[in-house]
Design a protein around this ligand. Structure first.
Ligand code: ZN
Length: 173
């Protein structure tokens, strides 16, 4: 079979375009200008992860943390992608700057709808540290192992993806 593997970058015209698999999707990246091509959802995730690396924050929690931070009336307080070695699970902490519960209802409803697709059992925890806050985190009994941290990281991604779709639906407030 004869075929040409070499492709030109659509941006810079260079020939060194590397192919890799991300989340089961083929992504092509130009080795000169860094241009990505492939599945738009996967590329969006990779770009957000690069943004996170540039900011020095967790690539695992950044996409969902950004999504939550961008909801009207919501402000991100902090987020973590978890720590495998320390058995710390990811979380996303936020506050409701407008003191209304609609976004809490949106996130709660989204969690209910996406529950069957998730590996961990996620909850929204109420916190009080000088002010009212909320934490989205997986329920856990004992000290979580690296596998559970990884499972929760995959869930962060799933929740983020589904929230993007839910945002356009009729029930979303
Ligand atoms: Zn290029």
């Amino acid at each position: 079979m004869e075929y040409t593997e070499l492709e030109d970058c659509v941006v810079c015209g260079n020939h060194a375009v590397a192919t890799s698999m991300v989340d089961g999707e083929i992504v092509k990246e130009c080795e000169v200008c860094g241009n990505l091509s492939g599945d738009p959802d996967t590329i969006e995730l990779i770009e957000l992860q690069r943004e996170a690396e540039g900011l020095g924050v967790s690539i695992h929690s950044y996409p969902l943390a950004q999504f939550i931070d961008n909801l009207p009336g919501v402000k991100l307080q902090g987020d973590s992608g978890g720590e495998r070695s320390k058995g710390k699970l990811p979380f996303i902490a936020f506050e409701l700057t407008d003191h209304r519960t609609w976004q809490l209802e949106n996130i709660g409803q989204a969690l209910r709808l996406v529950r069957a697709e998730l590996e961990c059992d996620w909850k929204i925890e109420f916190t009080f540290e000088y002010e009212l806050g909320f934490e989205l985190r997986p329920r856990t009994n004992d000290k979580p192992g690296a596998e559970q941290v990884e499972a929760a990281r995959r869930d962060l991604n799933r929740i983020w993806r589904r929230l993007q779709g839910f945002k356009g639906l009729a029930w979303w407030k």
